[in-house]
Design a binder for this molecule. Structure first.
Ligand code: ATP
Length: 366
């Protein structure tokens, strides 16, 4: 149900060359981003990379030092303009939900609708409670609701005034693991049903992948790559993006004709995405993820390497294999294929998986 990446329509939200300092520290650097009508975009990155600051710049809770923020083609932050948060038509769902404890679920949802007439407000509240599956809980107070139900109320409250853009700041971090996974699906369904344009923030790559139409990977105040989840995972444009989105091993290789020589043996060049002819006879690093390869226990000579680490992850086991050329790769297996530490293994590369590559870190004459 993912729509294709934004069409030609004017973006609902646009950031253009936005910069933000705190004291001498530059926290956001030349950040540009367009988000289109009905899109769910997630800012994904490690702690401190500037995700929350970006949301606050969009909401008008911070002023940029440079650059421009526009909503529906109107500048809301710029050198000569600043629209206050309450006039931006931006809704925010906070981490801690921030419900009013002395108001019922229905009263919380209706909170931003004080200008609406009574009938319209009541109808809108009913519509939203229905949308989030809480039609029977309208009279409950927040402390009578579960975490997931509180989150639904928070979402309904932010959506009620029909914001142009909805911002979600780490929306799942206060939920336990099972509920988090279930609520991701639910929040995506609700956002898609309303057609609202939404920007969320998380450091959890799985969460970003599962709720977003597009993901913007941030590092150190910059966006490193924007794309749909498959794109950023399968065609990362930087080592940072590759490493942040999942286990990544970088396998040194040498391009020679139709093959790339690696510690796993020759890999057909055609299996490596976009490794153009000009790279013949150069060193590259091939990105290998755990699901690209399988380790098969073998005796002696036939081994490509041996298991040097074994990490139990619950449903799967992650192995680290040191290859004969001293590089390491990671692979993941089910329990029924358990391999003891120190075993010699042959590595089989899945021929159907397209691999990504990066220019080598080493100088050519290393
Ligand atoms: P997290 O995932 O931990 O919330 P984040 O990616 O959202 O991180 P920000 O909260 O945007 O990151 O912070 C980016 C940087 O800006 C951090 O180094 C932070 O310490 C700094 N920072 C944020 N707000 C302020 C402030 N009001 N004054 C000074 N420094 C700030």
């Amino acid at each position: 149900d993912r729509p294709t990446t934004a069409g030609e329509d004017a973006p609902v939200l646009e950031l253009d060359g936005v910069e933000k300092h705190f004291g001498t520290e530059k926290v956001i650097e030349g950040l540009s981003l367009s988000v289109h009508e009905g899109e769910i975009l997630t800012l994904l990155g490690p702690s401190g990379c500037g995700k929350t600051t970006t949301l606050r710049l969009i909401a008008g809770l911070e002023r940029p030092d440079r650059g421009r923020v526009a909503l529906n083609d109107a500048t809301v932050s710029g050198p000569d303009d600043f629209v206050v948060p309450e006039d931006r038509g931006v809704g925010v769902v906070f981490q801690e939900f921030a419900l009013f404890p002395h108001l019922t679920a229905a009263e919380n949802v209706g909170f931003g609708l004080e200008d609406w007439d009574d009938d319209a407000r009541e109808a809108r509240v009913d519509e939203l409670l229905d949308l989030v599956g809480l039609e029977a809980q309208g009279d409950s107070y927040p402390d009578e609701l579960s975490g997931g139900q509180q989150q639904r109320v928070a979402l309904a409250r932010s959506l009620a005034p029909e914001p142009a853009v909805l911002l979600l700041d780490e929306p799942f971090s206060n939920l336990d693991v099972d509920l988090r996974v279930q609520m991701r699906e639910e929040v995506r369904r609700i956002l898609k049903e309303t057609g609202v344009t939404a920007i969320s923030v998380t450091h959890d790559q799985e969460e970003a992948m599962s709720i977003s139409d597009r993901v913007a990977v941030m590092n150190d105040g910059r966006i490193e790559q924007v794309g749909d989840p498959e794109q950023v995972f399968q065609q990362p444009e930087s080592r940072f993006v590759a490493g942040f989105l999942g286990h990544a091993s970088f396998l040194p290789g040498y391009v020679h004709g139709d093959e790339v020589t690696t510690g796993l043996g020759p890999v057909p060049r055609g299996q490596i995405n976009g490794l153009a002819g000009t790279y013949d006879r150069t060193r590259v690093d091939v990105l290998v993820r755990p699901d690209d390869i399988r380790a098969v226990p073998v005796d002696g000579e036939a081994a490509d390497g041996r298991i040097v680490a074994r990490r139990y992850l619950g449903p799967t086991i992650l192995y680290e294999v040191r290859l004969d050329d001293d590089t390491t790769v990671q692979c993941m297996h089910n329990h029924d294929e358990s391999i003891p530490l120190d075993s010699g293994v042959r590595i089989e590369l899945d021929a159907d998986h397209e691999l990504a590559w990066f220019p080598s870190d080493q100088r050519p004459d290393d």
